[in-house]
Design a protein around this ligand. Sequence first.
Ligand SMILES: NC(=O)c1ccc[n+]([C@@H]2O[C@H](COP(=O)([O-])OP(=O)(O)OC[C@H]3O[C@@H](n4cnc5c(N)ncnc54)[C@H](OP(=O)(O)O)[C@@H]3O)[C@@H](O)[C@H]2O)c1
Length: 139
Amino acid sequence: MISTASAANADLVHSLGADQVIDYRTEDFSVALRDVDVVLDTVGGETLSKSYQVLKPGGFLISIVMPPDQEQAKAHDITATFFGHRSHAARLDLISGLCDAGKLRVIVDRTLHLSDMQDGLTHSASGRACGKILLRPAQ
Ligand SMILES: NC(=O)c1ccc[n+]([C@@H]2O[C@H](COP(=O)([O-])OP(=O)(O)OC[C@H]3O[C@@H](n4cnc5c(N)ncnc54)[C@H](OP(=O)(O)O)[C@@H]3O)[C@@H](O)[C@H]2O)c1
């Protein structure tokens, strides 16, 4: 598995299972990589635009940020789709079960009181959060 991250987060990303980490600030993954089986895009924009060319014919591109361009997908002979998660109780139970069983590791950036939600939203929008931002309800 190959992932992009800034150098400061390379060790963390390795610890989560990446075999190779590309520092997106100093290296262009779309130049470094070819014939990849699957791309999971969590950035969108230019990163998504550059993702088609790293895939092998028959590969899969999944973006959780924006719908991929179907013309580009056709031109590169790949399947490209947008994936949007909808939370519901059964799915959240499944995820919390995986956490409890130690099969899913959740990285927490920070925990805030509900009254500080605006700070959390601002931090999230900065694109610099490293993991989940948790909100604790008022006691
Ligand atoms: N479709 C869905 O169901 C769904 C669900 C959840 C999230 N999303 C979307 O997915 C996106 C990512 O969400 P997120 O929770 O991971 O939060 P995020 O706060 O947007 O992601 C932050 C991380 O992305 C890294 N990053 C920033 N710019 C990058 C770039 N150009 N290339 C590679 N990495 C980059 C940062 O690493 P460094 O700090 O190391 O630079 C940081 O660790 C958001 O747009 C969110 O809205 C969609």
